[in-house]
Design a protein around this ligand. Structure first.
Ligand code: ZN
Ligand code: ZN
Length: 249
């Protein structure tokens, strides 16, 4: 059997030879800008779009929330009601970042997770956050969604981050109950209650006494992440942090 190093070199050479042919025979477009891809194997985005991923325009609070005006901390942190001791994200949920996340989630382009993890770790605060955590815990998908999609994008991302930066991943530290009501049609208060009751820690020993970083692809209102943080803290996590690819700001 060939040593892995030869195999990797042979694969890289084959890719270099095959890619220009593929680009001509099966031209594919960048889903973010429509340009033809010069390196389809490196997709799904074209190089200029990867280089132009949106970044947060404002400085972030220590919890990771980009601050809209110059201030020391966000309202939640100031009021002492912030479940996250630290947080970071790559950028706002827009432009090519949004498209890359869609390709990963809805078109099953799993390799995107590796590239996004790499980019996230190039951010100093995200890298420190991951490297000083004991455990990465992805936000679980609803079981029905997991069956439909076949994978949890947050778990893929957590594994790629851990492989590069060290901490362990526990894919199933959190469980999402199947019997919560659909969110549609519920009042805001009922939605919050619904989300609060949707998560549980599978076994306390998994997180007790650990510094845990919660990983998700997109943080929207934060309701899901806050609910996860709450049960992690209740199960004894010494600190909970939040890492996402994108944040809705
Ligand atoms: Zn593009
Ligand atoms: Zn804050």
């Amino acid at each position: 059997m060939l040593p892995a190093v030869y195999l990797a070199a042979a694969t890289a050479t084959a890719r270099r030879l095959v890619e220009p042919v593929l680009a001509v025979v099966f031209p594919s477009q960048c889903p973010a800008c429509g340009r033809l891809l010069a390196h389809p194997g490196r997709g799904p985005l074209c190089d200029p779009c990867w280089d132009a991923l949106p970044r947060h325009r404002a400085a972030a609070c220590r919890c990771g929330l980009p601050l809209l005006r110059p201030q020391a901390a966000c309202g939640r942190c100031r009021r002492g009601r912030q479940p996250f001791a630290a947080g970071a994200s790559l950028g706002p949920y827009e432009g090519p970042l949004r498209v890359a996340i869609h390709e990963l989630k809805y078109r099953g382009r799993r390799r995107v997770a590796a590239r996004l993890a790499q980019l996230l770790l190039e951010d100093a605060s995200a890298r420190t956050l991951v490297a000083t955590s004991d455990l990465l815990v992805p936000v679980p998908l609803h079981p029905r969604r997991l069956r439909e999609r076949g994978f949890n994008q947050a778990a893929l991302l957590a594994r790629e981050l851990a492989r590069r930066a060290g901490p362990r991943v526990c894919d199933d530290a959190l469980v999402r109950r199947c019997d919560t009501a659909p969110q549609a049609g519920l009042s805001a208060a009922a939605r919050r209650r619904n989300v609060r009751e949707a998560f549980a820690v599978r076994r306390r020993a998994l997180v007790d006494g650990r510094v845990v970083t919660l990983v998700d692809d997109v943080m929207t209102t934060g309701a899901t992440a806050f609910a996860c943080a709450r049960v992690l803290r209740e199960a004894g996590a010494t600190e909970v942090r939040m890492l996402s690819l994108a944040r809705v700001v």
